[in-house]
Design a protein around this ligand. Structure first.
Ligand SMILES: [Zn+2]
Length: 167
């Protein structure tokens, strides 16, 4: 049973991430920790997993703890090629360490190709395990419009709902 006091402790957070797609067909493409076949992978300082980064930003934002770049700066040489699932797990621990409980996360990947339907179950199950709450990963096609439609980049948006600690 939810009381009015619990409702006042709800916190929503939003996350957004974009990485350019590489012209190198050997670049791995990781989305939500799952390797996707059918497109050149994204370029970034870490492994450039936009789903992990957007979800981490949504969770940290809901907790009022800034964004992933505040905790793991892109200038940090030790983070070159970093595993973004591990980074997300660390961000979850930061929020939980501050007393927040994650209720659920929703996310949308915007990508021209490939279709993500075959990968969704694996993505959602890994993300839900890392976050410790239900995570939805949806996909939208940019319908060939603009740089996203020309497969120059991949984008992910995410929304997280958290419960703040009792005052
Ligand atoms: Zn990123």
């Amino acid at each position: 049973m939810t009381t009015e006091g619990d409702l006042r402790r709800l916190r929503v957070g939003s996350g957004f991430d974009l990485h350019p797609l590489s012209s190198d067909s050997r670049r791995r493409f990781l989305l939500a920790g799952v390797e996707v076949a059918g497109s050149n992978g994204p370029v970034g300082h870490s492994d450039a997993d936009v789903v992990c980064h957007a979800i981490a930003d949504a969770i940290l934002g809901a907790a009022g703890l800034g964004g992933i770049g505040d905790h793991f700066p892109a200038t940090d040489p030790t983070l070159a090629g970093a595993d973004s699932v591990a980074l997300l797990a660390k961000c979850v621990r930061v929020a939980e360490g501050a007393g927040f409980e994650i209720i659920n996360v929703d996310s949308t990947v915007i990508l021209q190709a490939p279709r993500l339907a075959p990968f969704r179950t694996a993505m959602e199950s890994l993300m839900s395990e890392v976050v410790g709450a239900p995570v939805c990963v949806k996909a939208k096609s940019p319908e060939g419009v603009g740089p996203l439609g020309e497969a120059q980049a991949v984008v992910c948006t995410a929304t997280a709902l958290l419960l703040a600690p009792r005052p």
